[in-house]
Design a protein around this ligand. Sequence first.
Ligand SMILES: *Cc1c(COP(=O)(O)O)cnc(C)c1O
Length: 378
Amino acid sequence: MIAIKETENKEKIWLSSPHMSGSEIRFINDAFDNNWIAPLGPNVTGFENDLENYLGFDKQVAALSSGTGAIHLGLKKLGVSNDDLVICQSLTFVATANPILYLGANPMFVDSERDTWNLCPIKLEEAIKSCISQGKKPKAIVAVHLYGMPYKVNEINKIAAEYNIPILEDSAEALGSKYLDQNCGTLGDISILSFNGNKIITTSGGGAIICNSKEDKQELIHWATQSRDQAPHYQHSELGFNYRMSNIVAGIGRGQMTVLDERIKQKRKIYNFYKLELSNSNLEFLNEPKFYFSNRWLTCVLTESYEHREAIRLALLEENIESRPIWKPMHQQPLFKNCQSFENGVADDLFKRGICLPSDTNMTSNDLERIVKIIKNA
Ligand SMILES: *Cc1c(COP(=O)(O)O)cnc(C)c1O
């Protein structure tokens, strides 16, 4: 006899799914009405203005087709080329590191610290010193605000300044997060955002690069549009890319900007709910250090052990609920097996025991209660 509980709710719950405001379609309709379907147009400029106003500090924003493309152009702007060494946070999504390879440079991976799970200042300095002793100063440092939690900006900046190495700030997961009241996305020599499907706001696919001057923005846009020289015919003096955001996609972005702050509130509410409800479950939460503000893109917890993490992940999966282990560090990835790394065991441990809980702003309070009950029983 098969016992099926007919009433059991196994409705799918996502880790983080697109959440439209309703106003996106208005911007897209505008584009259709005016036949602005070609790549550039008023939505691109409008979205860039919205982002510039949001980020502040007189930053310049260029909307691109992806966050990965933005990292590619950003590293190129910092002068990274063939055979250069680039220091990169090991605990991250592979998109942070891939553009280093696109440019023919060599990534050198640096482990995390416990407080924010991001770039460890001690290991960073060790890596820089080691490069210099090998006769090669790193060309750039790629630092990531993982899961929306800002990295130790002051500590990292101090080291970067001491050795005069520029920082590419990967803020793909951290739009709306703040460090000492300054927006993530404005804290690097050059910074990037992503609007991929599962990010805090999405354009279905897209990204942005953030720089300090109109001239820099012009040059980045030039590269992003096949480096076309000014001439009536098509003329090119430099290698270019096809990385510009389209006017349709930018319309989604303008609609999403109207609800960014609301989404951050919802994400933080989800985190606080888990923290309260799971306070007796032997889970360690990633707390905000003083003067840090996380957008809480994904709520992440450390379980007691690999077995405990798997028990939670599988119990959720059984109930049609998506969760995900913490990013597998780049120094453990087969793709990067020949790269140097500076490890302290933190990223390995976070990968082993850490899990991202469903953090979808489309969830109801019933969904959240369902999840918490399963985790408590696991
Ligand atoms: C999503 C993401 C990217 C890449 O952005 P895409 O828009 O998907 O290319 C880069 N870095 C991090 C940390 C990300 O999470």
